[in-house]
Design a protein around this ligand. Structure first.
Ligand code: ADP
Ligand code: MG
Length: 210
C-alpha cells in the first residue's frame, strides 16, 4: 500500500476533526499543568491547515502547506513544533507522487528530528517527544519486520498512546509545565496526548476509516 496526495489531505482533514472533537479534553490537560490553551491552539491550527490544503499536488506539498498554516495560526509552543514537524516531513517526501512504507517512515523520522532541533526536548522531558519518539521507533521496527504501511502506522499509533500514558508520572523539564516543577507530575502531557491523536488519525486513514 502507498499514500498519495489525496490520502495526506484526508489525514489532515481527519486530524482536524479529531482535534475539534477532543479540544476540550486537550485543554483540560493543559489547564492542569500549563495555561489551558492546547486544545484551542490545535483546533485553530488544524482547521486552518485543512482549509489551506492545495489540490492535485504531491504529498510533500500537502504537508508543507499544512505545516505553514499551522505555524501561522497555532498559538503557543505547539504551533511552531507541529508546523515544523509537518514541513520537515513534507520536505523528506520531496516530489514523490506515491509514498510507500519506507518513505513514510523516513518522513516521520524527519518530523521527530525537526521537533527536537527546534524544542531541544529528549525522551523523559514530558513533552510530545515522549509520544513521537516511541512512535517513530515502533514504525521503524515494524518496517524492519516486513510490515506494510498500514501495520507500521498502527504500531506507531499504539506506541504513541503508550508513550502519552507514560508521561503521567513524569516531571516536566521543557515547556510551560516545567515551571511547576514536581507539581507537574500526575497529569498526562497535553502535547504527548495530541501527538497520539494525530497518529490515530493517520491510522484511521490508512485503514480506510478516515
Ligand atoms: P504553550 O505551552 O505555549 O501554551 P501549548 O499549550 O499549545 O503551548 O502546547 C503545550 C505542549 O507543547 C506541551 O504539552 C508539550 O508537549 C509541548 N512542548 C512544549 N515545549 C516543548 C519542547 N521544547 N519540545 C517539545 N514539545 C514541547
Ligand atoms: Mg498551553
Amino acid at each position: 500500500m502507498s499514500m498519495n496526495a489525496g490520502d495526506f489531505a484526508s489525514w489532515i482533514r481527519h486530524a482536524a476533526e479529531l482535534v475539534t472533537a477532543d479540544a476540550d479534553r486537550l485543554t483540560r490537560l493543559d489547564a492542569a499543568i500549563g495555561d489551558g490553551d492546547h486544545g484551542l491552539n490545535l483546533d485553530r491550527g488544524f482547521r486552518a491547515a485543512a482549509e489551506a490544503l492545495p489540490e492535485e499536488v504531491s504529498p510533500g506539498k500537502v504537508l508543507g502547506a499544512a505545516g505553514r498554516a499551522i505555524v501561522s495560526k497555532t498559538g503557543g509552543a505547539s504551533g511552531p513544533l507541529y508546523g515544523t514537524a509537518l514541513r520537515r516531513a513534507g520536505k523528506a517526501l520531496g516530489d514523490a507522487a506515491d509514498v510507500d512504507a519506507a518513505s513514510l517512515g523516513a518522513a516521520l523520522r524527519a518530523a521527530l528530528e525537526g521537533v527536537q532541533d527546534l524544542g531541544k526536548a529528549v525522551e523523559g522531558d514530558k513533552t510530545m517527544i515522549d509520544a513521537l519518539a516511541p512512535a517513530v521507533a515502533a514504525y521503524e521496527a515494524a518496517l524492519a519486520d516486513g510490515s506494510g504501511l498500514a501495520d507500521c502506522v498502527r504500531a506507531a499509533a499504539g506506541a504513541a498512546d503508550r508513550g502519552a500514558e507514560a508521561t503521567v508520572p513524569m516531571q516536566a523539564r521543557k515547556g510551560r509545565a516545567s515551571y511547576l516543577g514536581a507539581r507537574s507530575t500526575g497529569h498526562m502531557d497535553p502535547g504527548a496526548s495530541s501527538t497520539a491523536l494525530l497518529l490515530r488519525a493517520l491510522g484511521d486513514v490508512v485503514a480506510g476509516e478516515g
